[in-house]
Design a protein around this ligand. Structure first.
Ligand code: PHE
Length: 290
């Protein structure tokens, strides 16, 4: 059995380094655990042609993720490092915000070092190795997205000085976790929470329920989100270059100040100024609530 993450630690647990990393201990994953990866991988990659962003599909290829079993980070990191200078490091569970941002700023993605059980196939309370590695690492092989994540880590550390992490976290949520991108062939998914989810990879693109709105930095940072069900809004970027440019070129300090005096936007609201791509019926959320 590899280490199982069951709670959030206050300090690095025994066996973890000062930066909270632990050895992946790849040899310790059992045959059943590798088989779970293979099952999730097969189910997910079958969904992705015509749905996942080009950059994501390229990442799967470049990193040779089709090789069976939970990836051995020694091999994975050799490829990832060559592509963008990033690496994946194992951590025992969720880590504190400043630790997380420091890893990102230094091109290290901390990944949960356990894999879900068959009972947890579609619902997890914290990221496992499938979500963290299958969901996020392919995009980190893209040079532009790789730079965005570094800038986000630096920006995250900076946000702590402004007490504005809740606002900045929305940017992460609506891009890294649940982002959509417009490609020549149509809308595509790139957010890790979608590309790793069997249900949401269809819902996010095809369901009439959610709003799909053109990405606007301030709008996104005012918008609440839900963590307990499929999203009610997705924000669509025009390109990764544009996302990187606008976030790097904007000084967030005055933005945080402005946001402190603006109301949040309720989850499913469409507001003046929105570029509405799809106005959702919100039937999914309504049916869930009923
Ligand atoms: N430009 C942002 C700032 O001034 C930093 C940042 C870059 C944040 C990219 C998120 C993503 O804080």
């Amino acid at each position: 059995m590899a280490d199982t993450a069951s709670h959030v630690y206050a300090a690095p647990p025994p066996g973890a380094a000062a930066d909270w990393t632990i050895p992946q201990h790849w040899e310790a994953f059992s045959a059943d655990e590798h088989a779970m990866w293979d099952r999730l991988f097969a189910r997910q990659t079958a969904m992705l042609p015509g749905r996942a962003a080009d950059a994501f599909l390229r990442g799967i290829d470049v990193l040779r993720l089709e090789k069976p079993g939970i990836p051995d980070y020694r091999e994975l990191n050799a490829r990832l490092m060559a592509a963008t200078g990033w690496q994946v490091v194992a951590v025992p569970g969720l880590v504190p915000d400043d630790v997380f941002f420091d890893h990102l700023a230094n091109r290290r993605f901390p990944a949960g070092n356990f894999i879900r059980t068959p009972e947890q196939l579609d619902y997890l309370q914290e990221p496992d190795v499938f979500l963290d590695v299958f969901g996020r690492v392919p995009m980190l092989a893209d040079p532009v997205f790789a730079d965005y994540m570094v800038a986000y880590g630096q920006g995250g550390l900076r946000s702590l000085n402004f007490g504005a992490l809740d606002k900045l976290a929305r940017l992460y949520w609506y891009t890294v976790e649940f982002g959509l991108i417009r490609e020549a062939a149509g809308l595509r998914i790139y957010g890790a929470g979608i590309v790793s989810s069997y249900g949401e990879s269809v819902f996010a693109l095809d369901d009439p329920s959610p709003n799909r709105i053109g990405f606007d930095l301030e709008r996104v940072m005012r918008t609440r989100y839900r963590i307990d069900d499929y999203q009610q809004n997705y924000f669509v970027i025009d390109s990764l270059d544009e996302l990187l440019r606008v976030t790097v070129e904007t000084d967030f300090a005055p933005l945080y100040e402005r946001l402190a005096n603006l109301d949040d936007i309720a989850i499913a609201d469409i507001v003046p100024g929105d570029t509405v791509i799809t106005r959702g019926t919100q039937d999914h959320a309504r049916n869930r609530a009923a």
